[in-house]
Design a protein around this ligand. Structure first.
Ligand SMILES: NC(=O)c1ccc[n+]([C@@H]2O[C@H](COP(=O)([O-])OP(=O)(O)OC[C@H]3O[C@@H](n4cnc5c(N)ncnc54)[C@H](O)[C@@H]3O)[C@@H](O)[C@H]2O)c1
Length: 276
């Protein structure tokens, strides 16, 4: 990186492990940290997606909810690149909207196993290397604004993300003495495959900025959290959502009701904007 203030985000000599790196926000993060000079190890289940990251990034195809494979992968990464200084743990799944009445326990178990336990396995391995090395570190975990706001039909995913926010605080408290920061980012709607077949016109209607976010916007926040600029920020849950967590009124209501009433988006759009 050269010129125009970007040097503060320079990460040469740092080893960064990014999970969920084959797609969306994890992918954008892996590329951003690589551009900042970090030696990046990219982990995902999806080997094909990892292969698109290009040269210069170490890729490891594995399931982060398998504790043995995670431990093995961190050993491999240390052997190839050196001990982890950064963990950006984005891997997660979302299972769509489901009423408590129709809840499938296999889905619940899978969501918690990947989103919560898988994240914790990566954190344990990364933190162990960071503490042992004694040179500090940066741990960034992914929650969602869902964890702070109730969305009907989003029960296990919301619980799995709230658990991440809960774990971040004792982690931050324990690891601060080692100059390791632990922060959580809580994205709003971001344009990635996770949104699947979601009706994007809904988001364009009800969000304060009338658009969803981009993976690159997330990656910039992660890069800052990896840099010396953020060294006194730890235990924080940082919304990055274009203002969604700050709103109330018809938008907040629509967020819950749109699953129940398909016409709602069109009617809200007409009422709020079309007559202007
Ligand atoms: N997209 C959104 O609107 C949104 C909003 C809030 C929070 N989030 C969170 O952002 C993070 C990134 O998601 P995204 O939007 O980039 O979605 P995405 O689906 O594009 O990426 C998720 C990646 O995780 C990988 N993955 C899933 N299970 C895995 C496992 N067991 N082992 C290894 N890799 C696995 C997938 O293969 C995929 O590449 C997630 O934690 C997600 O919960 C997303």
């Amino acid at each position: 990186m050269s010129g125009s203030g970007m040097d503060a985000l320079e990460l040469s000599g740092r080893v960064a492990v990014v999970t969920g790196a084959a797609s969306g926000q994890g992918r954008a993060t892996a590329l951003r940290l690589h551009r900042a000079g970090a030696a990046v190890a990219a982990i995902d289940l999806n080997a094909e997606g990892l292969a698109t990251l290009g040269d210069g990034i170490l890729t490891l195809a594995l399931d982060t909810s398998d504790p043995d494979r995670v431990a093995e992968a961190f050993g491999q990464i240390e052997h190839s690149l050196g001990p982890a200084y950064i963990l950006a743990s984005a891997a997660a799944v979302w299972a769509g909207w489901n009423s408590i009445v129709d809840m499938d326990y296999d889905d619940v178990e899978r969501i918690f196993r990947i989103n919560t336990f898988g994240t914790l396995y990566c954190v344990k391995n990364a933190a162990s290397q960071m503490v042992r090395e004694g040179r500090g570190g940066r741990i960034i975990m992914w929650s969602s604004i869902a964890a702070a706001r109730g969305q009907a039909g989003d029960i296990p995913y919301t619980g799995s993300k709230a658990a991440i926010e809960g774990m971040a605080r004792p982690l931050a408290a324990e690891l601060a003495q080692h100059e390791i920061t632990v922060n959580v980012i809580a994205p709003g709607a971001i344009d990635t495959p996770m949104l699947g077949a979601a009706d994007l016109s809904f988001y364009d209607t009800v969000l304060p900025g009338r658009r969803i976010g981009t993976p690159d916007e997330i990656a910039e926040l992660v890069a800052w959290l990896c840099s010396p600029l953020s060294r006194f920020v730890t235990g924080a849950v940082i919304p990055i959502d274009g203002g969604v967590a700050s709103i109330n009124g018809p938008w907040a209501l629509a967020n819950t009701l749109h699953q129940l009433e398909p016409d709602l988006v069109a009617r809200m759009k007409a009422a709020l904007y079309d007559d202007r």
